[in-house]
Design a protein around this ligand. Structure first.
Ligand code: GDP
Length: 430
């Protein structure tokens, strides 16, 4: 299997966690490379139902080393809570979780700044999860971030923490009228993190490099999705990191030649959380039905997700920026009871036909979807594990998605449980 990236093809929440958990049965390493605990994967397997925010979804296979790369921003308390929560449920990560020493920390002032800046933006708010992720990446780029490695010598960290906090407190109090954070309290937290997190901090680039060169099987676990990428997404309604394939390389120190396969995970329809253009959005009754059936409420925030039909303009663009070697179509079961199913083949913009995803948010707001209508299916896909057991119309639908994106589908997911998965490549390609 070599090195396989599992990337979100749309706006995140595609069900990557379920897929990684399924594929990790054959993996030696599962590595996160971007985002923070704003990401949320729900994984359901024989051990139960789990909500993961920072820990990679390979955690449930005892042979897997879980890695958090330098491209991830780590909220130490969130990570420690997650580790101990898993421990209580019999998932022991001691000796099998490594956090890059180069990963930046989400500090208490980042969370405060995230909340204050969203409130200040009013109707222009981005709809962030409020977990401090954006401000942590901002400080990383501004070169005033604190990294996991800094926890190894907290006394040396103190003077820098003081100047970082002075700067953050000036913004909190003078720009937003908020309350300053206490240096002493933040420093105490650093000492506690140093003690509790140190056993997990290590040289990820070397560990991953050695594993890859040694022929091990490595899964790169994406968080969020291509359309939320800081560069390639629907800016400014994007996340602060790179959930695309380039982010997988810089976020782990991988070499381009080391990545063997790139799997794009898509829902059989579309969703997005937060603000920003969404051409195939369904606002009426059909949308409500889809949301309820699909249980489209955020894992991290509980927010209702916006829903819509599958958008192949998005899928082709996402394929362009990620270079998928194959696709995985998730949540096909959500479409089970629809009489007919629409797929957006292209857009219209100011009376022009548009096949390629526009770069400007303003242009996207003016695009209208052009749909093909495909028949729904009698019977159910829910829980199906063999291609032969899927209704013909469901297979025809997946085949049409392949045609519209130009990429073969490797796998179909028919339910949230690990076992509700259909491996299909050879059949669909014929
Ligand atoms: P991720 O961040 O990409 O892993 O996605 P989330 O976990 O945020 O959201 C996906 C949701 O869909 C979770 O609640 C999963 O349990 C659920 N899910 C995953 N695959 C399927 C599927 O094939 N069918 C159904 N009905 N639910 C699924």
């Amino acid at each position: 299997m070599g090195v396989t990236a599992i990337l979100g093809g749309q706006w995140g929440d595609e069900g990557k966690g379920k897929i990684v958990d399924y594929l990790a049965k054959d993996a030696d390493i599962v590595a996160r490379f971007s985002g923070g605990n704003n990401a949320g994967h729900t994984v359901i397997n024989d051990q139960g139902e789990f909500k993961l925010h920072l820990v990679p979804a390979g955690a449930f296979w005892p042979q897997v080393l879980c890695v958090i790369g330098n491209g991830v921003v780590v909220d130490p308390d969130a990570l420690l809570d997650e580790i101990s929560g898993l421990q209580k449920r019999g998932i022991d990560l001691n000796g099998r979780l490594v956090v890059s020493e180069r990963a930046h920390l989400v500090m208490p002032h980042h969370t405060v700044l995230d909340g204050l800046s969203e409130i200040a933006k009013g109707s222009q708010a981005l709809g962030t999860t409020g977990r401090g992720i954006g401000p942590a990446y901002t400080d990383k780029a501004a070169r005033i971030g604190i990294r996991a490695a800094d926890l190894s010598d907290v006394d040396a960290l103190l003077p820098r923490l003081e100047s970082v906090l002075d700067h953050a407190n000036a913004i909190i109090t003078k720009v937003y009228g908020g309350e300053a954070l206490s240096l002493e309290e933040v420093f105490d937290s650093c000492k506690r993190w140093s003690e509790n997190l140190s056993p997990f901090i290590g040289p990820v680039e070397h560990i991953v490099y050695d594993a890859v060169e040694g022929g091990k099987t490595v899964i790169l676990e994406g968080a969020q999705g291509a359309l939320l990428d800081l560069d390639h997404g629907t800016y400014p309604y994007v996340t602060s990191s790179h959930p695309t394939i380039g982010g997988a390389q810089t976020g782990l120190g991988l070499l381009p030649r080391q990545i063997d396969a790139v799997l794009g995970v898509f829902k059989a329809y579309s969703t997005r959380v937060g603000s920003g253009p969404f051409v195939t959005e369904l606002l009426g009754e059909t949308g409500d039905t889809m949301r309820e059936r699909a249980k489209e409420f955020g894992t991290t925030t509980g927010r209702p997700r916006r829903v819509g039909w599958f958008d192949s303009v998005v899928a082709r663009y996402s394929t362009r920026v990620n270079g998928y070697t194959s696709l995985i179509i998730n949540k096909l079961d959500v479409l089970d009871d629809f009489d007919s199913i629409k797929v957006c083949s292209h857009y219209e913009l100011d009376d022009e036909v548009v096949w390629d995803f526009p770069g400007s948010a303003g242009a996207l707001e003016r695009c209208t979807p052009v749909y093909e209508e495909l028949p729904g299916w009698d019977g159910t896909t829910a829980g199906v594990t063999k291609l032969a057991d899927l209704p013909d119309e469901a297979i025809a639908y997946v085949r049409r998605l392949e045609e519209l994106t130009g990429v073969p589908v490797d796998m179909i997911s028919t339910g949230p449980h690990r076992r509700e998965s259909v491996e299909v490549r050879s059949v669909i390609q014929t």
